[in-house]
Design a protein around this ligand. Structure first.
Ligand code: HAM
Length: 447
């Protein structure tokens, strides 16, 4: 058993320290832009009654048919008794919460955002994982194209903050009311009568279960056939057309570039009217960085009163990939400011306090308080890439001094021991200290 090597499950990955910096940067932008626009945070549970997803997202979608992680609440798992599913997305859970907590009583629209892991049992490939992270924005309770436009603007601002907006193209479409879609689906089915044999097997299945998904099929034969198929726009109601045109006017007014894409349909059944996605400009629809749209029927499916909603989710791993490709650098918050080296039992004792005092001041401090030689401590300081080293030996303890070394310049000076902290603060700059003010804020709250 000794050579047993455990690895992360297929399609999952550790978010290692280097990637945490990207994660934190993205989360900060999301929180900042969401709060600016009046959104409040919600964390739905990671697993829910599976029917929420099955009914909400749709029985015949890939997400529900192939990708749902069904889990059992029972101790002995029984394949026929999986009541729950890991969330494949946030929207259905957030709408369940809107109904469960009577949020229709709040001033409308209710704007909520979420950030966290989602799970889809997809075939893992580049940009496609079984556990991935989304940020999600939802605007529930009112219907107006200005809400769709403002939601798109918040997401656009996030992509601008992350400096990846010029790598993305916004694709937008309106897929009408459910009556419009029903009529169109009938026309599409009629069109394909006698042509089924020319469709690949997967698309033949789609024709039966979810014909709209044929529109965004990646298969060339299907795309050739579709060239002569009826167009969705012919089936759109006046009201849908007007909603769409007004939304596009608003986007133009806000200076957000978009591509009208009449073939854009989404992989989740709850959408009606507006749908949109942010595509990688170089690879197109493959690996969209995010997508969303209007879901005016979803809350009713989940047991609430008919309530409109519009929302969006971005894929954080795909955003990080774009940031790296674009050479976007994020601040390294893990930088070690000071390395404390010491020699002799007296020095070691003093350094224990010194390390803790430096940390209290908001200075990232690492101390080599083991028994290593001075030489190996200095090697360690190099490995930690610390900016400064404070060195306390037997002699310095005796005459009340300490040695301060600038690691980059390679220069060092001897200063009075009590000058060590003020001097490091001066060199780092007050504004760069990593201070933590929770105690003060709690104090204020209690007053
Ligand atoms: P979605 O298009 O299924 O929409 O997912 C949104 C984004 O999550 C995708 O564009 C992609 O970046 C990321 N994503 C999805 N699956 C994976 C995966 N297997 N691996 C890595 N990233 C992935 C939704 O989830 C809707 N709930 C969006 C929404 C919110 N609509 C209304 N409100």
């Amino acid at each position: 058993m000794s050579n047993l090597m455990f690895r992360t499950p297929k399609g999952t990955h550790d978010v290692l320290p280097d990637d945490q910096q990207y994660m934190t940067y993205i989360k900060k932008s999301v929180r900042h832009r969401a709060r600016q626009a009046g959104y409040r945070r919600i964390d739905p549970p990671i697993f829910e009654d599976r029917r929420i997803f099955e009914r909400g997202i749709g029985e015949h979608t890939d997400i529900v048919e192939k990708e749902l992680f069904r889990v059992s609440g029972k101790k002995e798992s029984d394949a026929n008794d999986t009541e729950f599913a890991l969330r494949p997305e946030f929207t259905a859970g957030i709408c369940r919460a809107y109904v469960e907590y009577g949020m229709q009583q709040l001033p409308q629209p209710v704007e909520l955002y979420a950030i966290g892991p989602c799970f889809r049992h997809d075939r893992p490939q580049k940009g496609r994982y079984r556990q991935f992270h989304q940020f999600d924005l939802e605007v529930i309770g009112l219907k107006d194209p200005s809400l769709d436009a403002q939601l798109i603007q918040v997401t656009w601002n996030i992509f601008k903050d992350l400096r990846i907006s010029d790598r993305l193209s916004l694709q937008i479409n309106n897929i009408g009311t459910s009556e419009n879609r029903k009529a169109y689906i009938e026309a599409l089915k009629d069109f394909f009568i006698g042509k089924e044999g020319r469709l690949p097997e997967e698309d033949r299945g789609r024709l039966l279960a979810n014909p709209l998904r044929l529109l965004d099929s990646k298969n060339e034969d299907t795309q050739i056939l579709l060239k002569t198929a009826p167009l969705f726009t012919q089936f759109l109601s006046e009201e849908s057309k007007q909603f769409h045109d007004t939304l596009l006017e608003y986007l133009t007014e806000l200076g957000i570039p978009f591509n009208e894409n009449p073939r854009l349909v989404r992989g989740l059944d709850y959408y009606g009217q507006t749908v949109f996605e942010f595509w990688d400009q170089s690879t197109g629809s493959q690996n969209a960085v995010g997508g969303g749209g209007r879901y005016d029927g979803l809350i009713e499916i989940l047991g609430g009163k008919p309530t409109p909603g519009v929302g969006f989710a971005g894929g954080i791993e795909r955003m990080i990939w774009h940031m790296k490709e674009a050479g976007v650098r994020v601040p390294n918050k893990d930088q070690v400011d000071v390395f404390v080296a010491q020699l002799g039992p007296e020095a070691k004792k003093k350094c224990l306090t010194l390390v803790s005092q430096l940390r209290e001041k908001g200075i990232h401090t690492v101390g080599a308080l083991g028994e290593a030689s001075l030489k190996s401590q200095m090697r360690l300081a190099d490995k930690f890439q610390s900016r400064y080293t404070l060195l306390l030996g037997k002699l310095e303890v005796k005459d009340g001094t300490i040695i301060l070394k600038d690691m980059q310049a390679g220069k060092q000076k001897q200063i009075p021991y009590e000058q060590a902290i003020p001097e490091v603060i001066r060199l780092l700059g007050e504004k760069n200290l990593d201070t933590y003010e929770i105690r003060d804020q709690m104090g204020q709250m209690e007053e």
